[in-house]
Design a protein around this ligand. Structure first.
Ligand code: NAD
Length: 343
């Protein structure tokens, strides 16, 4: 396939995963248009993407719930596919403001789907999440494992997955994949783009990075009495570059008309404990990470990792980076950009 024949709309394109995937899309030769309301990202991302690729692209500052705006965009551009990253993703906040999450994530996706359909664009890669598994009975989750999200955020992902599954079943013209990401971490190896959370980070890696750079005093570890190798929680971390590659691989397959299962896990198939991540980060940064062990967090499981057999066998994709690479790149980004995109 020749990517330069295809134009892709990237929603949430200035966000963490959207920006890394956009760089890859441009480098592969795809034409792209980004839309983002900048509610959780910075306009400065655009210059960094341009610096990395030397390729021009359109950016629209706007909200995917804005039906009129989307109609205009789909009229102006002839898209072949959409990669849909736009959404709110903070678990704790989703429990505090459930309606915001239902409205933004679910209504936003429905507006987008309607406008795609009007414009006859029926190819979609959707950002789902391993949170749809909740507290699975087995530590290794395949796409067929039981689904039982434990929070509102995960529920919004599952509801959208269900809508997309029904749509594809009833109207086979739709080519859809829900990518269930495990724990994306790390940054582009250039240190030009990376994860820049607003306020207190929700996830382990940005928290560790902020402790290392001196923005936070210590890391809080939620429980060291799990039934795991060292008692701390074990998760499947995937390098953001591998995750971005997973999107390119999926998109190419969909555009070529390859039949794919609708739900696909993207992880590495390995799990690392909190202590193992801290050790790898200390090695990468030559910094000591002070920590305090506090009680378990409601809804957390001891260990969960992805069965990535399907992605390996069907996407011409496999993850290349290990936890040391992830920590090195996360630290390069953090140390080069102590205040994130706020230069
Ligand atoms: N990062 C993770 O750990 C992770 C894990 C699993 C799934 N996901 C999902 O992947 C997607 C991307 O995640 P991310 O980590 O890049 O998050 P992010 O917050 O960095 O990126 C999401 C982007 O969407 C934008 N956005 C939100 N609502 C919007 C709206 N209504 N209209 C237009 N733009 C809007 C935000 O401004 C942000 O730039 C999200 O849907 C998230 O739920 C993320």
């Amino acid at each position: 396939m020749n990517p330069s024949n295809y134009k892709i709309l990237v929603t949430g394109g200035t966000g963490y995963i959207g920006s890394h995937t956009s760089v890859k899309l441009l480098q592969e030769g795809f034409s792209i248009v980004l839309i983002d309301n900048l509610s959780n990202s910075s306009i400065n991302v655009l210059n960094r993407i341009k610096e990395l690729t030397n390729i021009n692209f359109d950016f629209i500052e706007g909200d995917i719930r804005d039906k009129r705006l989307l109609r205009r965009i789909f009229k102006e551009h002839k898209f072949d596919a959409v990669i849909h990253f736009a959404g709110l993703k903070a678990v704790k906040e989703s429990e505090e403001k459930p309606l915001n999450y239902f409205e933004n994530n679910i209504s936003g996706s429905i507006v987008l789907l309607n406008e795609m359909d009007r414009a006859n664009v029926n190819c979609l890669v959707f950002s789902s999440s391993a949170t749809v598994y909740g507290e699975p009975s087995e530590t290794k989750c395949s796409e067929d494992s039981q689904l039982c999200p434990k929070n509102i955020y995960g529920q919004t992902k599952l509801i959208i997955e269900e809508i997309l599954t029904s749509l594809k079943k009833i109207q086979p013209k739709w080519k859809i994949v829900n990518l269930r990401y495990f724990n994306p971490i790390g940054a582009h190896p250039s240190g030009l783009i990376g994860e820049d959370p607003n306020g207190e980070p929700n996830n382990l890696m940005p928290y560790i990075s902020q402790v290392a750079i001196g923005k936070r005093d210590k890391l809080f570890i939620f429980g060291d009495d799990y039934n795991t190798t060292d008692g701390s929680g074990k998760r499947d971390y995937i390098h953001i570059q591998d995750l971005a590659d997973g999107h390119i691989a999926t998109l190419k397959k969909l555009l070529q008309g390859s039949p794919l299962k609708i739900n696909i896990n993207l992880g590495t198939g390995k799990s690392y404990s909190v202590f193992e991540v801290i050790n790898a980060f200390e090695k990468a940064s030559s910094k000591t990470i002070p920590f305090e062990i506090i009680s378990r967090r409601e809804g957390d499981v001891g260990e969960i990792y992805a069965d990535i057999t399907y992605a390996n066998d069907n996407l011409d994709w496999s993850p290349k980076f290990d936890i040391n690479d992830m920590c090195k790149d996360a630290w390069r980004w953090q140390s080069k950009n102590p205040n994130g995109y706020n230069e």
